[in-house]
Design a protein around this ligand. Structure first.
Ligand SMILES: NC(=O)c1ccc[n+]([C@@H]2O[C@H](COP(=O)([O-])OP(=O)(O)OC[C@H]3O[C@@H](n4cnc5c(N)ncnc54)[C@H](OP(=O)(O)O)[C@@H]3O)[C@@H](O)[C@H]2O)c1
Length: 348
């Protein structure tokens, strides 16, 4: 089978398409034929190897797992004898267990991985966006910010992968949303539900007079110190972008009853929690509360172009990557929408 591989850290050109043996599922595993995945900033960080924090996961001197890719949409081709949640022919999506290994034609994942069934009418491209963008934005807003109806939120990087989901999730919870993005994306961010949009090319949001319950900098373009004056007295500053500064600010404000700074590591949550949230994604998608934004599409043969594009830092929404030029190769008649009770994993 074909896979994308890299055996040393570096520029997009370290990525190669190689041929390796197709894996065989163990008794507790499913073999998934991958249809779609995404290329994200995390793939770029892992491939470059220039982040100390990332190397803790990916390998100190060279990549531990040569195959990148943290999420997948695919079809179950075989299931081990102890697998109970899935069967051959199921269309599934979700993150891989360690944020790697999905840029391949096949992968084996355990029965209790964070996989869920794809609703029949959801496209593979749409499903591909959820495991990274939705599964990052939701825990930040729901669990860290405890976002409530009527609260004011500033979402910086509102046009990005996490940002486009953050706007729609904040809307679902009834918040008043101000988005920050570039001129090109103002209309798109408004269409997702932002009440107000600041074009960062024209206005410095840090110098505006509004006060917010939550500032969520999805793009890592600000600091707690810079945004402190934008927060209400008990406001919270959130960012998914790891840095020594945010870790220090979180430590210093953790016991505060006033303004606080927070980062979370959403990829480290349990598979059961992630799967339950993907079921929630399916519900929001089915009730038109969430509409994935797909900014660009590449095939795996174009992996170097895809990485180069994402690395520029100005993509809108998600970048989907597929083995075929059209993602919809899944046989729809074999896709089944099961009852919610069958989809939700037990939280262990
Ligand atoms: N902590 C965790 O568990 C976790 C999990 C996943 C990701 N992350 C981190 O989350 C971060 C964001 O990821 P992402 O995938 O959402 O990125 P992304 O899709 O590449 O989006 C970045 C967005 O930032 C916008 N942007 C660029 N410059 C800006 C500026 N000066 N002001 C405001 N917006 C600006 C871009 O919009 P324009 O084109 O409009 O400029 C782009 O849409 C990364 O640092 C990633 O490592 C953390």
């Amino acid at each position: 089978m074909k896979v994308i591989e890299y055996t040393k850290y570096g520029s997009p050109e370290v990525l190669r398409i190689n041929e390796i043996t197709k894996p065989t599922p163990k008794d507790n595993e499913v073999l998934i034929k991958i249809i779609a995945s995404t290329v994200t900033i995390v793939d770029i960080t892992f491939r470059k190897g220039n982040s100390f924090f990332a190397r803790l996961f990916t390998g100190a001197f060279k990549p531990k797992n040569a195959i990148p890719g943290g999420d997948l949409v695919g079809e179950v081709e075989a299931a081990g004898k102890n697998v109970t949640r899935f069967k051959k022919g199921d269309n599934v999506f979700g993150p891989t267990s360690d944020g790697l290994g999905a840029h391949a034609m096949y992968v084996c994942l355990p029965d209790d991985a964070a996989l869920v069934l794809k609703p029949e009418k959801m496209t593979c491209d749409e499903a591909a966006t959820a495991s990274y963008g939705f599964l990052t934005a939701l825990p930040f807003l729901r669990d860290e910010a405890n976002i409530k109806s009527g609260q004011a939120i500033l979402i910086i990087g509102a046009s990005g992968c996490i940002g486009t989901f953050a706007v729609q999730i904040a809307k679902y919870y009834g918040a008043h949303i101000t988005g920050v993005c570039s001129s090109e994306n103002v209309d798109m961010v408004k269409s997702l539900g932002a009440d107000r949009v600041i074009d960062y090319k024209k206005t410095d949001f840090k110098r505006t007079d509004e006060k917010y319950d939550v500032v969520f900098d999805t793009a890592g373009k600000s600091s707690f110190t810079q945004c402190r004056r934008l927060l209400k007295d008990t406001g919270i500053y959130l960012t998914p972008t790891i840095s020594p500064t945010i870790l220090l600010n979180m430590l210093l404000t953790s016991k505060s009853k006033g303004k606080r700074a927070k980062i979370a590591f959403t990829g480290l949550r349990s598979a059961a929690d992630k799967a339950n949230d993907l079921v929630f994604f399916n519900e929001l998608w089915e009730s038109n509360k969430v509409k994935p934004v797909i900014g660009n599409h590449f095939t795996f043969d174009q992996i170097v172009e895809a990485h180069t594009y994402v690395e520029r830092g100005h993509k809108s929404g998600s970048v989907v990557i597929t083995w075929n030029s059209g993602a919809e190769t899944v046989k729809r008649e074999r896709s089944s929408v099961r009852k919610k009770s069958e989809l939700v994993m037990e939280t262990r």
